[in-house]
Design a protein around this ligand. Structure first.
Ligand SMILES: [Zn+2]
Length: 245
């Protein structure tokens, strides 16, 4: 009898995957990623996962939600009419536990980002994994970090971390749908994002222009919010002082 455990909620845009339980093709949108008893990642439809595993024991990271946070217009609506409602494209519903989600994004999801964890954050995360809950101290530390980052609108804010993950996701999709010899631009963009934790509006515009030439599973590549990183700053660390965010 196989054992499955929850990994995360994700999206598929790049390829067709099949539900491990009912074999149905999952072509686009939200999927549940599970580990099988070999530790391999497999895919499942949300309802099959729930039916087979029940509800997850701990809160899952929902990368499908983060990917959509940076999308300005859904690719399905071919209405170019007066849809200038993009002032507030972020439908950001509060997750069940914002501190846990933030910690898991920094430690588990942003592995390719420069300085994604500090010693303190990785200690808090390790303790959370072993005891299956976030300690009070850890929670306090993260809440303080989040409040400071939000007040100064730095790259470490919850909002910016989500934008980073979302934009990185779409650059990854674009890379997969661009022939290898032409990927340099996208790979350069991804490296900059991973290095600086933000892109300029001009860079996102360029990404959107690139995306306009890409078809993803017969859908248009979504237009990303050019203001996704507007006003975001990097904290300046005096020489010798350690990063503590
Ligand atoms: Zn299924």
């Amino acid at each position: 009898m196989k054992q499955w455990t929850y990994a995360r909620i994700d999206r598929v845009d790049s390829s067709v995957v099949h539900c491990v339980f009912c074999r149905r093709a999952l072509r686009s949108g939200k999927v549940v990623v599970l580990y099988d008893d070999q530790g391999q990642e497999v895919y499942s439809g949300p309802s099959c996962a729930k039916k087979t595993l029940g509800d997850p024991e701990v809160q899952l990271i929902d990368l499908s939600k983060l990917a959509l946070l940076v999308v300005e217009t859904e690719p399905k609506s071919p209405n170019p009419a007066p849809q200038r409602k993009s002032k507030h494209p972020r439908r950001e519903s509060e997750p069940a536990d914002a501190a846990v989600e933030y910690l898991r994004l920094r430690v588990e999801v942003m592995k390719s980002f420069a300085g994604n964890v500090t010693k303190r954050l990785s200690e808090i995360h390790a303790a959370m994994v072993s005891s299956k809950q976030l300690s009070d101290d850890g929670r306090q530390y993260i809440q303080r970090l989040l409040a400071n980052a939000a007040a100064a609108n730095t790259i470490y804010s919850s909002r910016n971390v989500k934008s980073c993950v979302g934009v990185a996701y779409w650059i990854g999709v674009a890379i997969e749908h661009t022939p290898e010899p032409r990927r340099d631009f996208l790979q350069g963009l991804l490296h900059q994002l991973e290095d600086r934790w933000r892109l300029s509006s001009g860079q996102i515009e360029a990404l959107n222009r690139w995306g306009a030439g890409i078809t993803v599973n017969k859908m248009r590549f979504p237009k990303l919010d050019v203001d996704a990183f507007a006003g975001v700053t990097a904290p300046i660390f005096p020489k010798g002082q350690k990063r503590d965010s």
